[in-house]
Design a protein around this ligand. Sequence first.
Ligand code: SF4
Length: 365
Amino acid sequence: MQSLKLWKNLYDKLGNDYLRSTALTAADVLGIKKDIIRLDTNCRCNIRCIMCNSKPYKSQTPYMEFRDYKKIIDLYSPTTRMLYLSCAFEPLITPDFPEYLKYAKTKGIPHVSFCTNGLLLNESLVKTLIEYGIDEMILSFNGFCKKDYHRIMPGSDFDKVCRNLKLLSDAKLKYHSEKPKIRMNTMLLKSNLSHMNDMYKMIQHFDIDLVQFRTLMLHEDLNNPDEVQNELPENQSFMEYKKMLNSIKSTANRLRRNGKKIILPDSVLNRQTPAFSMEAAAEFHPGQKAENIKKHCSVPFFSYWIDCEGNVKVCGYDEKGLIGNALTDSPVLMNQKKYHFRKQALRGKCANQNCTINVDKSRIL
Ligand code: SF4
């Protein structure tokens, strides 16, 4: 976790995308692992959160076969620093998923992480996580009372997820293992924020290391836009908003004494809407300008998004970032496309003019 912070601070400190791209290219030449891969081993989810817009897509293969996964990991592991096994879908649906985690670790990737709703976490997976020193488990969790949880994350089971988390925290305690660190991904929803005390108890009880509050991405095709609209903290009065912020800060103070942290986007501390899209910002804050739009971008110099069919993108937000298929296309051709897209992005010529990736900063409280 510490080394991740170091890399992130270094990246932020460079402050200019031309400098960043030069440093990242130099790292490539020097053989320093610096890439971040987000890889989906399937294209399904087992629940339907109200704020999610990931839709299962038609794929020739619902899962990435293990032999294909190995091929991809073999290809990318020499330059990969961080591997996130799952990007938009639920990884624990993939048969034999523990084998996928193990393989990444045995190939020497320094940081191996996966993001799950925790519903299918079981003893065999917990054993793998501890035995192979998997670095991080990111838990998507919203609703700190049963009623809210089932409304926000339909299809999941509050009691079962809590039992599974207990399984993991007990095993970590039994084997004196610090890993996997548990990061809880929680959306900035009114009902989450009004249950800070329940959140605090949960963090303590399951020994969660970090809570990362995330702002809602206001896409058109959310699973339940009406529920989301009711949950937007921006709809609160200024006084209510202030009260909510104070409650987050005091919870963060209590947690800090136990070595635990909360991460909150700057935009929330300053009460702005992160402008993921101009339309969304205009809709929710009429008259407010979408600020902080990215002009030059070095994200494709270190990022890969890979879907369960092996398609590789160097930008998750612009279709032109697709550089080919790692299982069928020639690496030489893919590299040519990658370098071309990198140049375009660095000049601010990618197709997504409203992209704010890496602009919305967060703060550890
Ligand atoms: S859409 Fe453009 S600015 Fe955004 S991450 Fe991709 S390349 Fe960078």
